[in-house]
Design a protein around this ligand. Structure first.
Ligand code: MLT
Length: 282
């Protein structure tokens, strides 16, 4: 029997995974994957908006939010296996995936390994390239800084990079919510995930094999995964549609909720409810 609500628990490969699941059981299902170092509640504006028409699931990636961390080293592949076991345990054969940043890395890798399990893809503020040697070195120095100066300092230092300058001034509630999510993430999880991100493989080569409708979204002021990398992905995915969201940085789903939700809703209705081909936007 399906459980519905907030902070549900499911045992997946001996790991307790925390998730939210609401919306009509018969409706098409959309699974949202959060970025780093956040948790499932970063999707609250989408969860609340879409649960009338879709079955909406958000979950905490291993170690984040309220999900167990387990003892293994982290990797994007491990996160993908967790996702697949999670879907299997819920009896979900096919879902639409929406991933932001690290969530997009997981979604792209899941699409590469298990293409038959997904009906549509939303890639928000993410990229297919692997870390450059410089980016890897920066992750290593961030790990050292976290170990030396703690999670609070890391949260304070990283917040300005996630948001557009206007958001930092005008949306204190969103900033505070994200800060809390970072502060709740244990130091060991931050460090293990930074290593996983540094070691991830590129997924650009798989993009031409993606056959499902794909929507790419990016904040126009995203400094971490900017519009240029979104455009490169769009060029490689057949019929992918790209929308650059105004007044938004890296956390576009929180910074421009109205435009983000309108784009995703229109895309999901067309691609998984009506199942009509997505138009190409130039
Ligand atoms: C994220 O938001 O998930 C991170 O910015 C991803 C990354 O650091 O590559």
């Amino acid at each position: 029997m399906r459980n519905t609500g907030i902070n549900l628990q499911l045992n997946v490969n001996n790991l307790m995974v925390s998730y939210n699941d609401e919306g009509p059981e018969s409706a098409p299902c959309v699974v949202f994957i959060h970025g780093f170092p956040f948790n499932k509640f970063m999707w609250t504006p989408q969860f609340e908006s879409f649960k009338g028409a879709f079955r909406v699931i958000t979950y905490d990636v291993r170690g984040h939010g309220s999900s167990d961390a387990g003892n293994e080293d982290f990797s994007i592949d491990l996160f993908v296996e967790d996702l697949l076991a999670f879907l299997d345990n819920l009896g979900l054969d096919k879902v639409a995936l929406c991933g932001l940043s690290m969530g997009g890395y997981i979604a792209l890798k899941a699409m590469e390994k298990y293409p038959g399990r997904f009906s549509a893809l939303v890639l928000s503020d993410t990229q297919c390239i692997a870390d450059t040697p410089e980016a890897k070195a920066k992750r290593m120095s961030t790990i050292e800084k976290i170990k030396k100066s703690g999670v609070k300092k890391y949260a304070e230092d990283s917040l300005p990079h996630f948001f557009a300058p206007a958001t930092l001034k005008e949306k204190p509630a969103a900033i505070e919510a994200i800060k809390e999510m970072i502060l709740e993430t244990p130091e060991s999880v931050l460090c293990k995930t930074l290593l996983a991100l540094a070691n991830r493989e590129e997924t650009c080569k798989l993009l031409s094999a993606i056959k499902v409708p794909t929507l790419i979204l990016v904040g126009e002021e995203d400094k971490i995964t900017p519009p240029t990398v979104a455009r490169q992905m769009q060029g490689k995915i057949h019929n992918a549609r790209l929308t650059i969201l105004k007044n938004a940085g890296h956390l576009a789903n929180l910074e421009n909720v109205t435009q983000f939700n309108a784009q995703v809703e229109e895309f999901l209705v067309r691609s998984i409810v009506l199942k009509s081909p997505a138009p190409v936007f130039f």
